[in-house]
Write a new protein. Structure first.
Length: 719
């Protein structure tokens, strides 16, 4: 059972004891999987620096299925990283949930399966994550959750025991199929073989790694190959007409989802065969029959030629996963962060440098794992130097050096000699047909690069280059947009005796365009003050330009002495005449500081909040007119109310209370509670508290503008 203690008193060399404990760890993992009915499990170990998770033990599926996530950064948006980072059980019950919550994984594993990830820890601290895969089923009952948690605790103790023996923990090189014990009374092999031989179709079995363990005579005849050549190998390695990612994908689908599947393939020169796959935790039973008619594959799916395809399905899905990860990046720093936090751990690299050409010079955009003196050598390199990184950048040819000897045979004066690394991969970053930089991954041990890994890394270089090029455009446009936004908003609010005023602006986290939120405080003749906050529809330069026009118009009408309702009515006429196909909302406030009164008018804008001196917060239920720019005949009623000294009037845009999935009334109540809780401090403290409240929403689809006003009583005392 899973609850057995770690082995003690083992004899032999440290390596033998470590192997024995790995066997015990694997056995514990297999027993737990049988107990809860799952077909695959893996144990991730947290590296000593706490930045990477790597597979220690895996059982149930071939290790290559987990290739994109064999090593992952703890900040990666995937279940295992979420589990260790948040210290909780992460459960993804269906394929739809995976698409919604972890789209990059869904792209790389487009199959039906459930996944649970639970952190593994002991009294010594965090050790990693325990992951369970199974076919699709509803969320587990409490008992299953308890069993998973208990198993994780036992595995944590055994992993701790391994680390005490090995110092740095076991290597991530153990994967075994789940093999349930054979039931008692099993028929002899001869009887089973005779039974299968009498069937009209061909039969075969594959183990969890896709290797043929049995082929009936009829099956071998249909496949056109000797049983001796088929046994112990994956069928697509000896049958060229099955060496197609589409067919391998069916095998992966059956193993991961544990659901039957099938496909049709052409055995040259012209015989079509149907393959039906029936999976279990120990492998696959394969039924092979002649296809009744030639299938219609359509114009987009030609029949496979008798030529081996170089790209495996696993490599395709690995590239898809990395590509979907890069699409999440917006700015240059986002791209570089993904390279260092997710892509670098995925290949087991210990160091990384990203070089780029900027203004005709070589620049280090990002680095990780190298000490500063080594990075400084890369910074001093020029575009004319004959080094691997520059050569890769100029020629566009990737470089893979599996040993130090191989590198220095080609580049005796390579940049960063004695950098402590033993193998290197250099990928050119080429975007729009021109080189923009080089990605260098370095490994502390000699690293043989397989054909598949070279293909994935080369493809990855192009993806990173495109992402960097897009990110540079994003950053340039964002800088321009922010500059325009800052130029249109007031740089400082006027100082008015008897009144404190403060404002804040917070850009949205979605999209990269400029917003139309605005605010202003205007000194009026006679010691009065006008305050306005508003929001122009849209997030683009047109919205920003219209925002500037609205703010200018309001300022002009206010200084001319118009009452609040009249200011909005005239501004509405202006917008209707301009006909920009955009609308604006706003609240206009006329404050008589000496008389301690406020006159307010509203045009389709959220209701202001008023915090009384006793801390009570009130939502001002102001009657309002239509949005500005819709109806030239719209009227905007004015409401007058008294203000006590110390009262705070909060004006804000809808980005502060509107978010997907939130009820507007609940959000408004929460904002009022935050304003009440922030009382008895300075007005700037109040504003910072409300901005912190806004930042708790991780994805804001709209900008936030905030304007707080408070009477201090100075004017009354001075009369």
């Amino acid at each position: 059972m899973v609850g057995r203690p770690p082995p003690s008193g083992a004899t032999g060399t440290p390596e033998e004891r470590r192997e024995a404990d790995l066997d015990a760890l694997t056995q514990a993992l297999q027993e737990m999987l049988h107990e809860i009915g799952a077909h695959t499990g893996a144990l991730y170990r947290l590296t000593p620096d706490g930045q990477t998770l790597e597979v220690t033990v895996m059982t149930g599926l071939p290790r290559e299925f987990l290739q994109p996530w064999e090593r992952v950064g703890v900040r990666a948006p995937i279940p295992v990283a979420d589990a260790v980072r948040e210290g909780r059980l992460v459960w993804v019950p269906t394929e739809k949930d995976m698409v919604r919550e972890y789209p990059s994984i869904a792209v790389a594993l487009p199959y039906e399966f459930s996944l649970a990830a639970v952190p593994v820890s002991t009294s010594g601290g965090r050790y990693g994550v325990f992951v369970v895969w199974s076919g699709p089923y509803p969320p587990p009952p409490a008992g299953t959750r308890d069993r998973i948690a208990a198993a994780a605790a036992v595995l944590g103790r055994r992993l701790e025991h391994l680390e005490q023996i090995a110092g740095q923990g076991p290597p991530a090189r153990r994967d075994r199929p789940v093999c349930p014990p054979a039931p008692s009374g099993t028929a002899p092999a001869e009887a089973l073989g005779a039974m299968v031989a009498r069937l009209p179709e061909g039969m075969a079995t594959l183990d969890a790694r896709g290797r043929l363990t049995y082929v009936s005579p009829k099956g071998a005849a249909l496949l056109g190959e000797s049983p001796l050549r088929l046994l112990g190998v994956q069928p697509w390695t000896v049958l060229p007409w099955l060496d197609d990612p589409v067919y391998e994908d069916r095998y992966r689908r059956a193993m991961i989802s544990q659901q039957p599947t099938s496909f049709v393939a052409l055995r040259p020169p012209g015989r079509w065969l149907t393959f039906e796959l029936f999976p279990s935790m120990s492998g696959i039973t394969l039924r092979i029959t002649p296809a009744p008619v030639e299938p219609d594959l359509g114009p987009e799916r030609p029949a496979p030629a008798g030529v081996s395809l170089p790209t495996r399905a696993g490599a395709i899905y690995h590239v898809l996963h990395l590509a979907s990860t890069l699409t999440q990046a917006a700015g240059v720093q986002d791209v570089l962060g993904l390279v260092s936090d997710q892509i670098m751990p995925a290949f087991g690299a210990q160091a990384m440098v990203v070089l780029a050409i900027e203004e005709g010079r070589l620049r280090v955009l990002a680095h990780r794992g190298y000490p500063e003196p080594i990075v400084e050598q890369y910074r001093r390199a020029s575009l004319t130097s004959s080094t691997p990184s520059v050569r890769t950048m100029v020629t566009g040819v990737p470089g893979f050096f599996e040993s130090e000897k191989e590198l220095y045979q080609l580049y005796p004066s390579a940049v960063a000699p004695d950098d402590g690394m033993s193998s290197w991969a250099l990928m050119p970053l080429i975007a729009s047909g021109r080189p923009i930089g080089t990605l260098l991954l370095a490994f502390t041990e000699p690293h043989p690069f397989s054909v598949e890994e070279r293909a994935v890394l080369t493809s990855l270089g192009g993806l990173i280059a495109q992402a960097l090029e897009r990110a540079r455009l994003y950053d340039a446009k964002l800088e321009l947009a922010h500059g325009l936004q800052e130029g249109l908003l007031p740089h400082a609010l006027p100082r008015v005796p008897g009144l404190d005023a403060t404002a804040r602006y917070l850009p949205g986290t979605e999209g990269m365009d400029i917003g139309g939120d605005f605010y202003d405080v205007i000194r009026l003749p006679g010691g009065s003050v006008a305050a306005i906050i508003g929001d122009v529809q849209g997030h683009n330069v047109t919205a920003a330009a219209l925002m500037g026009q609205v703010r200018t118009a309001v300022r002009a009408y206010a200084t001319a002495g118009a009452r609040p309702g009249e200011v909005l009515r005239r501004t509405n006429h202006l917008l209707v005449d301009l006909d920009p196909d955009l609308f604006a909302s706003c609240v206009y406030v006329h404050l008589d500081v000496a008389a301690r009164t406020a006159s307010l008018a509203r045009a389709g804008h959220p209701q202001p909040l008023l915090r009384h001196p006793d801390g009570r917060v009130e939502v001002l239920d102001l009657p309002g007119g239509l949005l500005l720019g819709i109806d030239p005949e719209a009227e905007y009623p004015c409401v007058e109310l008294p203000l006590d000294v110390g009262a705070v009037l909060a004006l804000y845009t809808d980005g502060l209370i509107e978010a997907p999935g939130l009820d507007i009334d609940d959000s408004l109540a929460a904002l009022g509670g935050e304003l009440a809780h922030a009382g008895a401090r300075t007005l700037d403290d109040d504003a910072e508290s409300l901005m912190a409240y806004a930042r708790r929403t991780n994805r804001r689809s709209d900008d936030v503008a905030l304007l707080l006003l408070r009477l201090t009583g100075e004017a009354a005392e001075g009369r």
